[in-house]
Design a protein around this ligand. Structure first.
Ligand code: SF4
Length: 188
């Protein structure tokens, strides 16, 4: 019988596992002991796509009692065959990390302390600073008289925590502003 690794685990999770495997002439006791020891035992599998780059590797999300409890590569996905890079492999760890910043943090000029702020405060603040900087520094022409329409005093560094669509929108916004200096930590 040709059965995938995922199918095998699923089969173990089903109530019919023993019956099915016994019919194949296999000793099911070690397999059942292994399956019940898995942290994902009894969890629902939800197949999704890693958002962090355009490779689009499949990721299996394990959900139990409404909680996202683990994730791993999808061995049945033909492109990556279950492999994930460090970003995809850290998907669940990132989700539950105690270091994950859940609220905007603001450090006032001259201060050595971070303060929690709401989104309307930080978005207004960023918008005002970007507008002030662009109004002040926007260049229509360079020193040779060539039209450049750019601003050189703003730089944006993207992050691997931005997905493809966020990167696309961010890139379009920067181009519209005339920003020419930007990069992304997770270029492929
Ligand atoms: S970030 Fe890594 S795991 Fe995610 S799609 Fe790209 S290569 Fe695959």
């Amino acid at each position: 019988m040709d059965i995938s690794r995922r199918g095998f685990i699923k089969l173990l999770g089903a109530g019919t596992a023993c019956f099915g495997l016994a019919q194949l002439g296999l000793d099911v006791k070690p397999a059942m002991a292994y399956a019940t020891s898995l942290k994902t035992a009894g969890a629902k599998e939800v197949v999704s796509i890693c958002p962090f780059c355009s490779c689009g590797c499949n990721i299996i999300m394990y959900v139990r009692d409404g909680q996202f409890i683990s994730s791993e590569g999808d061995p049945d996905y033909p492109v990556s065959e279950g492999a994930l890079c460090a970003k995809g492999a850290a998907f669940h760890a990132m989700h539950v990390s105690k270091h994950r910043v859940l609220k905007p943090l603001y450090r006032a000029p001259g201060s050595d302390k971070w303060e929690e702020k709401d989104w309307s405060f930080v978005l207004d603040r960023i918008a005002h600073r970007v507008k002030e900087t662009r109004d002040r520094d926007f260049m229509l022409k360079n020193d040779k008289g060539l039209t450049v329409n750019r601003v050189e005093s703003i730089f944006q560094l993207g992050t691997s925590q931005m997905d493809n669509e966020e990167c696309a929108v961010s890139h379009q916004m920067l181009r519209a502003l005339g920003v020419v200096y930007f990069d992304h930590q997770a270029r492929v």
